[in-house]
Design a protein around this ligand. Structure first.
Ligand SMILES: *[C@@H]1O[C@H](CO)[C@@H](O)[C@H](O)[C@H]1NC(C)=O
Ligand SMILES: *[C@@H]1O[C@H](CO)[C@@H](O)[C@H](O)[C@H]1NC(C)=O
Ligand SMILES: *[C@@H]1O[C@H](CO)[C@@H](O)[C@H](O)[C@H]1NC(C)=O
Ligand SMILES: *[C@@H]1O[C@H](CO)[C@@H](O)[C@H](O)[C@H]1NC(C)=O
Ligand SMILES: *[C@@H]1O[C@H](CO)[C@@H](O)[C@H](O)[C@H]1NC(C)=O
Ligand SMILES: *[C@@H]1O[C@H](CO)[C@@H](O)[C@H](O)[C@H]1NC(C)=O
Ligand SMILES: *[C@@H]1O[C@H](CO)[C@@H](O)[C@H](O)[C@H]1NC(C)=O
Ligand SMILES: *[C@@H]1O[C@H](CO)[C@@H](O)[C@H](O)[C@H]1NC(C)=O
Ligand SMILES: *[C@@H]1O[C@H](CO)[C@@H](O)[C@H](O)[C@H]1NC(C)=O
Ligand SMILES: *[C@@H]1O[C@H](CO)[C@@H](O)[C@H](O)[C@H]1NC(C)=O
Ligand SMILES: *[C@@H]1O[C@H](CO)[C@@H](O)[C@H](O)[C@H]1NC(C)=O
Ligand SMILES: *[C@@H]1O[C@H](CO)[C@@H](O)[C@H](O)[C@H]1NC(C)=O
Length: 458
């Protein structure tokens, strides 16, 4: 029998020992006091902007599992019958955070760790591309304590075992939009960084946006647990939603994927599956062996809605193939990348970049001449100096050797918690220090009062 107290102290060690799944909520459309963040009312329903093949793209990210392990676990075997398994889908690097950053920004900026970063406001993301076409979006982060929360992590009462110490279910490193100041410096955008209580309300109100990024908590995504625990969560959360028309209709595409595979000494293949009503009947239960990476979710969204591009790796043909069934309909030509042509992405911290202290180079402008799968222009953020190209940048510098850190690193001690020892979080960005601190102190007070039930929930 496994001690849950032990889990809270040394989750990594426990990963191999299979703790028992406990559903944090009775069902995906029910609010739960196991989530400290109260629901915040539903999003306004927005006008649906039709795409060529789907009107909604939802991605759900699980954690640290090798392809074969996922492919042989119960939930995935069942889901494979309903969707298209991507048998040559790869992560971009190790560890987690750079992959999440890449999924919205088109690059991982040389990052080779899970530290606290604020990516400057002149760096654009897919959110800029979507909003340019009035396409609604949101991220739903399980156990996020309040909408737009910018802290490094959040620790709360342990719902797996109410007598065990508090547990850190939420971590910033798995929340891609919050890493980018271009998102967090805009209040309307902060309100779209939401939690699972908001999700329940949004589904019922049929207000789930058109581009959605879903991050289960640190136990449900298999990070601190294992794939059987993750499978149980998928059965309790995703499977019922697949037959809920407010979540999945015949214009919905869902990507269920993993951030990276577990073993670094082999290349970084991940299990990914496309699901949802937008998958043609004749392709359900099939495999697709086209080479994809996390950048493919950007290029595919760009192709579907004829968006502009980021001029980053989303426009690098080698690493951004568009989902084949979509590519065929929109007439996009994918590259055949196989065998030894598949880039090695099991490397960590060896790529120079603005978030790599050992090989530091500043941020460059996007490639303004790039043409992505959507055919639209490269999005240039305000404050972006387009004359700063990779060719004009200085050679990489080892900041660590100079006793310096990268300019965009933040406080890793920026944690929050609910309960007696509540510590206010760090800032979402340097420009927000004052307002965030005030907001957080206020909200923690509310959580603490309202948290009486949560604190003693079984
Ligand atoms: C729950 O936590 C308590 C206190 O840490 C521990 O003694 C107990 O064994 C745990 N229960 C289970 C079912 O793991
Ligand atoms: C987006 O919505 C705004 C406000 O309704 C409108 O002015 C603008 O033309 C729309 N843009 C596109 C690309 O549809
Ligand atoms: C609710 O949304 C408002 C406006 O975005 C925000 O200021 C507030 O912190 C949110 N509250 C919670 C509990 O998420
Ligand atoms: C959503 O709808 C279901 C079914 O009608 C209901 O049981 C549930 O309480 C609703 N959830 C919320 C958050 O209102
Ligand atoms: C898709 O769903 C809509 C709305 O429920 C329905 O009118 C339409 O017939 C469906 N189309 C297909 C191809 O099933
Ligand atoms: C990455 O994978 C390749 C191919 O399997 C292997 O040869 C190499 O040693 C791995 N690199 C690391 C850093 O583990
Ligand atoms: C990790 O990815 C590589 C793909 O290069 C794959 O061969 C390997 O099987 C994966 N790891 C495991 C143990 O599944
Ligand atoms: C899909 O690929 C897996 C191996 O990854 C294989 O076991 C399975 O039989 C394939 N399914 C189909 C329908 O080809
Ligand atoms: C495109 O991706 C490949 C594989 O990762 C890489 O070798 C190449 O340098 C990239 N090209 C650009 C312009 O970034
Ligand atoms: C991006 O913005 C930062 C912060 O304002 C600035 O220091 C940097 O020079 C800008 N980079 C480019 C390439 O414009
Ligand atoms: C950078 O400097 C640190 C501290 O001196 C050193 O440990 C590290 O190996 C250096 N990295 C590279 C790539 O030279
Ligand atoms: C960096 O700090 C170390 C230890 O404090 C010191 O020995 C070293 O001289 C410093 N290096 C530089 C380049 O300042």
């Amino acid at each position: 029998m496994i001690s849950y107290a032990f889990i809270a102290l040394v989750p990594a060690v426990l990963a191999a020992q299979a703790p028992q799944f406990v559903a944090p909520q009775q069902g995906p459309t029910l609010v739960s006091s196991n989530y400290v963040g109260a629901n915040n009312g539903s999003l306004a329903k927005s006008t649906v902007v039709p795409g060529k093949v789907f009107d909604r793209f939802t991605q759900v990210w699980m954690e640290n599992t090798n392809f074969e392990v996922a492919a042989t676990s119960a939930a995935f075997i069942e889901l494979a019958k309903q969707g298209i398994v991507l048998t040559s889908s790869y992560s971009t690097t190790h560890p987690s955070e750079p992959n999440y950053a890449a999924s919205v920004g088109g690059d991982f900026w040389g990052m080779g760790d899970d530290d606290f970063y604020n990516i400057p406001a002149n760096i654009s993301t897919v959110i800029d591309l979507l909003e340019a076409k009035n396409i609604s979006w949101a991220t739903y982060q399980e156990n996020l304590p309040e909408d737009g929360y910018g802290g490094f992590e959040f620790t709360q009462p342990n719902y797996l075992n109410s007598s065990a110490p508090p547990y850190t279910y939420y971590m910033r490193k798995h929340n891609p939009p919050v890493l980018y100041d271009s998102v967090t410096s805009v209040p309307e955008r902060l309100a779209r960084i939401r939690n699972f209580n908001d999700f329940a309300v949004d589904v019922n109100a049929s207000a789930i946006p058109q581009w959605v990024f879903i991050t289960p908590n640190m136990v449900n995504d298999a990070h601190d647990t294992d794939i059987d625990f993750g499978s149980d969560w998928l059965q309790s959360w995703l499977v019922p939603l697949l037959s809920n028309p407010n979540f999945n209709d015949n214009r919905t595409l869902i990507l269920l994927t993993f951030d990276e595979n577990e073993t670094v000494d082999i290349n970084n293949q991940i299990f990914s599956i496309l699901l949802g009503g937008a998958i043609p009947e004749n392709l359900r239960g099939t495999n697709d062996s086209t080479y994809y990476t996390h950048y493919s979710s950007l290029s595919s969204v760009e192709a579907n809605w004829e968006l502009g591009s980021l001029g980053r790796q989303d426009t690098n043909k080698t690493v951004s193939n568009v989902y084949d069934f979509l590519a065929q309909i929109v007439g996009y030509k994918n590259l055949n990348v196989s065998g030894n042509d598949i880039p090695l992405t099991n490397l960590t911290g060896n790529i120079p970049g603005p978030l790599n202290a050992q090989f530091f180079v500043p941020f460059a402008a996007p490639n303004v001449n790039a043409v992505g799968a959507g055919g639209g222009p490269v999005f240039i953020s305000p404050g972006m100096n387009v004359s700063v190209t990779p060719q004009t940048l200085p050679a990489p510098v080892n900041l660590t050797a100079l006793n310096e850190t990268v300019p965009n690193a933040g406080p890793t001690s920026a944690t929050g918690s609910s309960g007696a020892a509540a510590t206010p979080t760090g800032p979402t960005s340097s420009s927000q220090v004052g307002s965030d601190a005030v907001k957080l102190v206020a909200s923690l007070a509310v959580v603490f009062v309202a948290g009486g039930t949560a604190l003693f929930m079984v």
